[in-house]
Structure formats: structure tokens, C-alpha cells
Design a protein around this ligand. Structure first.
Ligand SMILES: Cc1cc2nc3c(=O)[nH]c(=O)nc-3n(C[C@H](O)[C@H](O)[C@H](O)COP(=O)(O)OP(=O)(O)OC[C@H]3O[C@@H](n4cnc5c(N)ncnc54)[C@H](O)[C@@H]3O)c2cc1C
Length: 385
């Protein structure tokens, strides 16, 4: 158990304050502009135990809870340096810790925990989109191996990760009696023979790029299957709530960072007799943005606590992700407005946040698919699709 971060969230705050003296927004922006990984920051997070949050202690895990991990993400993003890789790599740890074999746990978890290896997560395909069950990537058994063919799009951090958790079908969608059957999960080396990765032209300033992937007869050893063949649905869903919760924490932090810049500017900028922040036309939207960010933060904490307690975090995780995405978009838009024309200057560093904040409405799950979940699973409404 990592005692240092077990009890007090202010300890995480001071840890991030100490960290950001060395690795600040400027460091993050430099890595983002060059498309480079946040390696030095990553190693520090590993040393402090945050990368081992989802791994049991006997496999090098730290015992840091998801609640603490989400707080860490929130604090890093509050300071303008959110690591998306923390969200995607953690999903590998969750799936392997819960569904992996003993050998997989020993092989991957300690290195994920100490920061020497990273995972990315590949599910999205061009034709299937939000309808993940319709993916076409197919893994065919051939002796002690699977032969993987298909393609993926928008996969983040492929160039930074040693391994990729790939969702593929072992029964084609139209041959499965039930669409949930035949989904399988594999650990694939990012430099496996037959796998090619092309950087996509996503216009988002962040250290993690997106990649289109082609799997052309990629041979995956049978021991890399995570969980049971054709039964990956549970492993996938187990990783989705922590993904949504940490993404929500990231959205809250991005919004807070933007809002803090807006407030600072509004307190000092005078164009008539008073600082612009005295005008309620700006002050009230800022007060509303602050309120909505704090509400989203509370919901993310609630979701993380529910996950840590072993309960069903689905409703809270989805609501947190929705609320954080909306609050981040509003806050960054407002920060641009408060800065007037300066809001469009790179040096002001608010327009730079817009694509990333806007992404929070689309990925890792779109606001519409979240609302579909709440409509169907929380309110019990019939589904349209
Ligand atoms: C920067 C970035 C990083 C990403 N990283 C990863 C990653 O690491 N790994 C990965 O696997 N994927 C990743 N993704 C993919 C991301 O999860 C998807 O883009 C997202 O889930 C939406 O899927 P789509 O793009 O296919 O849109 P579509 O599914 O085509 O949807 C288009 C629009 O239609 C709406 N829509 C679709 N169906 C319905 C419905 N039933 N009801 C109402 N509205 C609907 C959607 O909400 C959306 O607004 C990333 C995407 C981006 C942009």
C-alpha cells in the first residue's frame, strides 16, 4: 500500500505542485508540439506509485485507488499538463489485472507499474464507429497462434507504447448468434510483423498522436489472449468505467486551467473604468463555469469511489464524463471570450486548449452514446438503434 497517497487528497495536490516545479505547462507544450512522450513526467509518476494503481500489490502494484488516480489526473490537468497516456495505459492494467493469466500478470503488470512499459488500447474501426460490436478485425486460430487481420483508426499513443490491447472478433459479427459473442482481447506488440501504423492528421495539441493501424496476417501467440476467447465483452466493459472516470477528471482539470487564466485576465484587464471581470456579462458565466466544473468533479469522485468499493460505477462514470466534457468545453470557450482578440494568440495559451477540450465531447465515448446509456440503463427508456 502506498501510504503517502492513501488518505489525504491534499498530499496529491502538494505532490503535483512539487512535480510541476520541474515539469510544468511549458514542458507539456514542448512535448505536445514535438509529438513526444512525457517520459520524464511518466517516470516520476511511476516512482510515486500512480502507474501501479490498477495492479495488485503482488504484481508490483501500489495500492493507490482509482479515486486517488483520478485526483492525480485532475491535479495534473488543473496545471495544464494532462497525460492522456495515463488513461489508455491504465486500461491495459485493468484488463490484465482482472482477466489476465498468471503469466500475463507477471509479464506485464510490474513493468506497467514502474513505468518501463506502456499500453495503448485499440477498439475503434472506420466502419463500426460507436457500434463496437460491428468491428471487422478478425483473429483466426492457427495452432498455437492467432492470425489477426483488420484495421483500426484514431488509436492514441501507438508510438509511445510497447504493447497494445486489441479488441478483435474471433467470430465475425454476422456469423455470431448474439452480437456480444465472439469479441476477444489480445496483447499485441506495437512492432509486431505485419502491423503498420500511420500517424493521423488530428489537429489537437497534445503529446499523444493518433494512428491508423493495418493488421496484415499479424501472428499473435495464443498466450496473448486476455480472458476467454470470444468472451471479451466483460473485460472491455471493466476497463471502460475507469477510462470514463479518468477522462472526466482530465476534462475538469482542463476546464479549471482555462478558467483560472480567464479569471486572472478579467481581474486586471481594464477597457472602461473597471476590470472586465466586474461586468456581470463576464462574471456570471465564469461563476456558472466554476459551478459546473466543481459539480463534474464531485461526480467523478463519486464514480471513482463506487468503482473502488466494487460497486456498479456505470451511471456515475457516464454522468461524470458527460458533465466534465460539457464543463470543459464551456470553460475553454469562455476563457477565449474573456481574452477578447488575445484569446486567439498562441502565447495566451487558451485557443491551444480548444481542440483538447472539444475532444472531451467526442472521445473516449461521445456525449450522444453517454446519453443513450443514461436513457436506456438509468431511466429504462427504449433504445432507438
Ligand atoms: C483524438 C482521439 C483519440 C482517440 N483515441 C482512441 C484510442 O486510443 N483508442 C480507440 O479505440 N479509439 C480512440 N478514439 C476513437 C473514439 O473513441 C471515437 O472517435 C468515438 O468513440 C466516436 O466514434 P466515431 O468517430 O466512429 O464516430 P461515429 O460512431 O461515426 O459517430 C458519429 C456521430 O454520430 C453520433 N451517433 C452514432 N450513433 C449514435 C446513436 N445511436 N445515437 C445518437 N448519436 C449517435 C455520435 O455520437 C457522433 O456524434 C479516439 C478519437 C479521437 C478523435
Amino acid at each position: 500500500m502506498n501510504q503517502e497517497f492513501d488518505n489525504d487528497e491534499s498530499l496529491i495536490e502538494s505532490f503535483v505542485r512539487r512535480l510541476s516545479a520541474k515539469y510544468d505547462r511549458r514542458y507539456w507544450l514542448e512535448c505536445a508540439k514535438k509529438g513526444q512522450p512525457l517520459d520524464a513526467l511518466w517516470q516520476e509518476l511511476g516512482k510515486a506509485g500512480f502507474l501501479g494503481a490498477m495492479a495488485p500489490e503482488e504484481y508490483g502494484g501500489s495500492g493507490v485507488s482509482l479515486t486517488r488516480l483520478a485526483l492525480l489526473m485532475e491535479q495534473l490537468a488543473n496545471n495544464g499538463m494532462p497525460p492522456l497516456m495515463l488513461v489508455v495505459s491504465m486500461m491495459g492494467a485493468v484488463a490484465i489485472a482482472k482477466h489476465g493469466t498468471e503469466e500475463q500478470k507477471r509479464r506485464y503488470l510490474p513493468r506497467l507499474a514502474d513505468g518501463s512499459e506502456r499500453f495503448c488500447f485499440a477498439i475503434t474501426e472506420p466502419d463500426a464507429g460507436s457500434n463496437s460490436f460491428r468491428i471487422r478485425s478478425l483473429a483466426r486460430r492457427d495452432g498455437d497462434e492467432y492470425v489477426l487481420n483488420g484495421q483500426k483508426v484514431f488509436i492514441s499513443g501507438v508510438d509511445q507504447a510497447e504493447h497494445m490491447l486489441v479488441v478483435a472478433r474471433t467470430i465475425a459479427a454476422d456469423a455470431a448468434a448474439d452480437k456480444r459473442e465472439g469479441m476477444s482481447l489480445f496483447v499485441v506488440d506495437t512492432n509486431a510483423a505485419g502491423l503498420t501504423a500511420h500517424r493521423m492528421d488530428t489537429q489537437i495539441l497534445m503529446p499523444e498522436g493518433q494512428f491508423q493501424l493495418f493488421f496484415d496476417d499479424v501472428r499473435v501467440p495464443r498466450e496473448n489472449l486476455v480472458g476467454k476467447e470470444g468472451k471479451a465483452m466483460h473485460a472491455m466493459f471493466d476497463a471502460l468505467n475507469p477510462e470514463r472516470i479518468t477522462a472526466a477528471a482530465m476534462g475538469v482539470g482542463i476546464g479549471r486551467y482555462a478558467l483560472s487564466k480567464a479569471v486572472e485576465y478579467a481581474r486586471t484587464r481594464k477597457v472602461f473604468n473597471t476590470p472586465i471581470g466586474a461586468h456581470q456579462g463576464l462574471a456570471h458565466p465564469m461563476a456558472i463555469a466554476k459551478t459546473e466544473l466543481e459539480l463534474a468533479s464531485l461526480m467523478a469522485h463519486r464514480a471513482a469511489e463506487m468503482f473502488d468499493a466494487g460497486g456498479d460505477a456505470g451511471m456515475y462514470a457516464n454522468m461524470a464524463k458527460y458533465a466534465a466534457g460539457e464543463a470543459a468545453v464551456k470553460s475553454v470557450d469562455l476563457a477565449i471570450q474573456v481574452h477578447g482578440g488575445s484569446g486567439f494568440m498562441g502565447e495566451t495559451d487558451v485557443i491551444t486548449l480548444w481542440p483538447l477540450a472539444r475532444l472531451m465531447r467526442t472521445a473516449p465515448v461521445s456525449r450522444e452514446m453517454i446519453l443513450n446509456y443514461i436513457g436506456e440503463h438509468v431511466l429504462g427508456l427504449p433504445r432507438s438503434y
